[in-house]
Design a protein around this ligand. Structure first.
Ligand SMILES: Nc1nc2c(ncn2[C@@H]2O[C@H](COP(=O)(O)OP(=O)(O)OP(=O)(O)O)[C@@H](O)[C@H]2O)c(=O)[nH]1
Ligand SMILES: [Mg+2]
Length: 222
């Protein structure tokens, strides 16, 4: 009996669009990074601070993915007008076809770097390639230090781990989060992963992240 594997077909169709996006970006020498995390770990806050701090060095655009609303796109607009919102209307991840449409609506030629803020979810977005050069996973200290062990796929596939909200460690706040354990667990899954503990709120640790970004954009310009 012929069995149709719908899940596999969806992934194959997605990969075709991902390759198209990747070719589009490579041809124009634009760096594209896909930011993935649980809801509320701080993706939009990190992006706003990063865009503002690097505005004289790197022109950054954003593709915002959310199930509903343009709240995040409006927040990003305070830092850059180069932002496009996608609403997935229930889907837990962005698809490469959606990103393909969004890329056509960004002033791509004027940008050096395009961030995709994926739908808040640590699981589904890791299975859907979007044509990006790399994934950035964000884990905030309020989520617990067991996340690399429990959700290994995204930590194994990411180029960078941002451990966010480190301002919540100490300072009288009761948070059980062992930064060294998270680093060791993430590196067990992915020996090459770059790890930056940061606070998007206070700016602590962000300069190392900016250094990594600036170098990555510079490598593409060569
Ligand atoms: N204390 C502290 N709070 C932060 C930090 N970064 C973000 N927040 C707060 O965390 C909340 C969620 O931040 P967002 O940037 O909206 O998180 P997000 O990952 O974009 O959320 P979704 O798009 O809904 O998945 C907000 O109230 C932020 O002010 C940080 O470094 N420290
Ligand atoms: Mg957000």
């Amino acid at each position: 009996m012929y069995k149709v594997d719908i899940g596999k077909k969806i992934l194959i169709a997605n990969e075709e669009y991902a390759r198209k996006n990747s070719r589009f970006l490579a041809k124009r020498k634009k760096l594209c990074l896909n930011m993935i995390s649980s809801p509320g770990s701080g993706k939009t806050t990190i992006l706003i601070r990063t865009i503002s701090e690097l505005k004289d060095k790197i022109k950054i655009g954003v593709i915002e993915g959310d199930i509903q609303t343009d709240i995040d796109a409006e927040r990003i607009r305070a830092a850059t007008s180069a932002v496009v919102q996608i609403n997935t209307n229930g889907s837990c991840h962005l698809s490469a076809a959606q990103v393909c449409g969004a890329l056509e609506n960004l002033p791509t030629d004027d940008l050096d770097l395009i961030f995709i803020e994926n739908v808040g979810n640590l699981v589904c977005p890791s299975a859907f390639e979007l044509g990006e050069a790399g994934k950035i996973v964000v884990l905030s200290v309020a989520e617990g230090d067991d996340k690399p062990a429990k959700y290994p796929s995204i930590f194994a596939k990411s180029k960078v781990l941002l451990i966010n909200k480190i301002d919540m460690l100490g300072a009288g706040v009761q948070v059980d989060f062992d930064v060294e354990k998270v680093k060791a667990d993430a590196r067990r899954l992915n020996k090459d992963i770059e790890i930056f503990p940061v606070s998007a709120k206070t700016g602590e640790g962000m300069s190392s992240w900016y250094g990594w970004l600036t170098e990555s954009v510079g490598n593409l310009r060569l």
